[in-house]
Write a protein that binds this ligand. Structure first.
Ligand SMILES: *Cc1c(COP(=O)(O)O)cnc(C)c1O
Length: 378
């Protein structure tokens, strides 16, 4: 009886799972695109190591999945310790860096046990290092604040912090790092690099400065290790250089289908608040995707979208579960026609610009109810 019940509940679970997949929205991650973007960055910074930044669940792509695609990366960087420990279990030797370091002494012990590398950015972390001397030594990244003014030691305080790290005996290795405030601008790293150089002058240790923008725009900042985030996922860090111009490929495609079609007479509106009205007779399609899937609610009428491979625009307000689109450029479209919200053929950056945000936020914001699929799995 128990076996029978179990079989029934297993089948019910499988049925539930397949039904959950029947609403047509999907986020499909291309492992080949992740690899392509990683190796493009490696060729762009040929003398540097490149760590793949996998924070925020790999910018929404799935940390385990992204790390699996990037088996041969020089290292990984993230900032959630549970994800870092899970990564360590699957990747026994790769460097895994925690970008904010630890918050509590207990985490320092976990970092030692899992052989993670960690940023040290503040006095409180220095004190925890000095207080807790037991345990294996750690690869420590000493962070200099060069003007972003979030984390890091002031340039004048760096040498003292370095001395304390050395005296603590806690360091297996020490790397010097900073993070730029304006690497996406043409002269955006100059002042920060000058401050960094003045802080680390005469210290012979490895250095890490560059994020995606600096990898592509500021070769003088490549140094020993680059930290590749947004470009790994195929979005651009620049306001004025599209991902395609950099040679990047979209790693995530958010797709769905039309689940309804309406014919609007002139003057008829669509969506909550009736913010869009048809000027002439118009067919509109209803897409199974809304803000509860992670599509930005503030995307206005006119946000670009692909229907049946053709570029068109959203019309009316984004609602929780649906978006309306103008079918004028695609008269053949009907219920079941494929829609690409962003990804292959529709850069996430274009949707982000229309919605007044950046690709980073859209990629990180895919909601838990959206099922994931993989393309180009090995
Ligand atoms: C997120 C992050 C990066 C990656 O930045 P991108 O702009 O996504 O390339 C690099 N370094 C630090 C410290 C970060 O927090």
């Amino acid at each position: 009886m128990a076996i029978l019940r179990e079989a029934v509940s297993v089948r019910a679970a499988a049925l539930r799972e397949s039904l959950a997949m029947s609403r047509p929205i999907r986020a499909t991650v291309s492992l080949a695109a992740l690899r392509h973007n990683y190796w493009l960055a490696k060729r762009t910074a040929p003398r540097s190591k490149v760590y793949a930044v996998l924070k925020a669940n790999a910018y929404g792509h799935g940390i385990e999945r992204a790390a699996r695609a990037l088996e041969r990366a020089d290292g990984f960087a993230t900032l959630e310790i549970d994800g870092a420990i899970a990564l360590r279990e699957r990747h026994p030797v790769a460097p895994i860096l925690l970008l904010e370091g630890w918050f509590e002494p207990a985490e320092l012990a976990a970092i030692r046990a899992a052989d993670l590398a960690s940023v040290v950015h503040c006095e409180e972390q220095l004190r925890m290092l000095e207080a807790e001397r037991r345990g294996a030594p750690v690869d420590l990244w000493l962070k200099v604040n060069t003007g972003l003014n979030r984390l890091g030691f002031a340039p004048v305080a760096l040498k003292d912090a370095l001395e304390r790290v050395r005296r603590s005996g806690a360091a297996k290795s020490i790397t010097l790092m900073t993070h730029f405030a304006r690497a996406d601008e043409p002269e955006g790293t100059r002042e920060a690099m000058r401050r960094f150089e003045s802080a680390v002058e005469g210290i012979d240790l490895p250095r890490s400065l560059a994020n995606s923008a600096a990898i592509f725009a500021h070769p003088e900042s490549h140094a020993d290790i680059c930290r590749l985030g947004i470009a790994l996922y195929g979005a651009t860090p620049f306001a004025d250089r599209p991902a395609k111009a950099l040679g990047l490929r979209a790693a995530m495609t958010l797709s769905s289908k039309l689940i309804g079609v309406q014919a609007l007479a002139p003057g008829e509106a669509v969506g909550y608040g009736s913010t869009f009205a048809a000027a002439q007779p118009m067919r509109i399609g209803i897409v199974a995707c809304g803000y509860a899937d992670g599509y930005p609610r503030h995307a206005p009428s006119g946000t670009p979208i692909l229907v049946d491979g053709a570029r068109t625009r959203t019309v009316g307000r984004v609602s929780m579960d649906m978006i309306a689109v103008d079918l004028t450029p695609v008269p053949s479209a009907d219920v079941g026609s494929p829609v690409v919200l962003w990804g292959e053929g529709m850069p996430v950056d274009e949707v982000a610009i229309a919605a007044g945000t950046v690709g980073y936020e859209l990629l990180c914001g895919i909601a838990p109810r959206v099922p994931f699929a993989e393309a180009d799995a090995p």
